[in-house]
Write a protein that binds this ligand. Structure first.
Ligand SMILES: C[S@@+](CC[C@H](N)C(=O)[O-])C[C@H]1O[C@@H](n2cnc3c(N)ncnc32)[C@H](O)[C@@H]1O
Length: 216
């Protein structure tokens, strides 16, 4: 399945008061069902992204609000405040993806009333593809700020989300996930959660100049 079809297929499940985190340029706006969504709060930590999203949102009939918010720290939103929380291709770019998932969980309604919809990419289903991803991970992270070999199932487990439906595509590297929020924000995984898998984004241009794995 192509990504356009995936976005349409998955996001038409969004209902009610929707929070979209890491919204980027607003690519998902056209896939929401206007008859089921009452409001979309679109957030991103990068103002330039929000500006592009706003421009795209002007052509939409949806009621969209915008805010500069870090997914890992969404204290401006109370617990249990959204019917649907959406994240597409965000877990590869967050510094702490488990914390981001815990925050999505916190703000999502509990007891079967809320849903978390994710489309993500990461570690695949086959050793050969994972070896390729691992080999290029550092270079890709430095070039694009995207850690493409994260173990998505492990992150979901660590954040305590209850996965109700998952399908994997493109040799298992693309994930369509429906989940219910964790009731309590605890990790079901003991020990350190591996979120970087040998790849880290360089934190500054100077650091990257010393980096032997990429040329930023
Ligand atoms: C790969 S893009 C995906 C954009 C969009 N969701 C899509 O599917 O096209 C990742 C987005 O996450 C945003 N982002 C990265 N770290 C973030 C954070 N800590 N909090 C909020 N947004 C973040 C980036 O600015 C970027 O817009």
């Amino acid at each position: 399945m192509g990504l356009t079809l995936m976005r349409w297929w998955h996001l038409r499940q969004a209902r009610g008061n929707v929070l979209e985190v890491g919204c980027g340029t607003g690519r998902n706006f056209s896939y929401y069902d206007e008859s089921k969504v009452t409001k979309v709060t679109a957030v991103d930590s990068v103002p330039a992204m929000l500006m592009m999203a706003m421009k795209k949102g002007m052509n939409s009939k949806l009621n969209i609000g915008y805010d500069e918010v870090n997914t890992q720290d969404m204290k401006k939103f109370p617990d249990n405040s959204f019917d649907t929380v959406v994240d597409t291709f965000g877990l590869c770019s967050y510094e702490d993806p488990v914390q981001a998932l815990k925050e999505m969980s916190r703000v999502c309604k509990k007891n079967g009333e809320g849903k978390i919809l994710l489309i993500e990419h990461g570690k695949g289903s086959y050793d050969w593809i994972n070896r390729t991803l691992d080999r290029g991970a550092q270079h890709h992270a430095c070039s694009w700020g995207c850690i493409w070999n994260r173990d998505i199932n492990h992150l979901l487990d660590a954040a305590g989300l209850k996965v109700t439906n998952i399908s994997r595509w493109h040799f298992g590297t693309t994930y369509l996930i429906e989940a219910e929020p964790a009731n309590i924000a605890t990790s079901s995984v003991n020990g350190v959660v591996e979120t970087g898998v040998k790849a880290e984004k360089c934190k500054s241009k100077a650091e990257c100049e010393k980096c032997t794995s990429c040329t930023q």
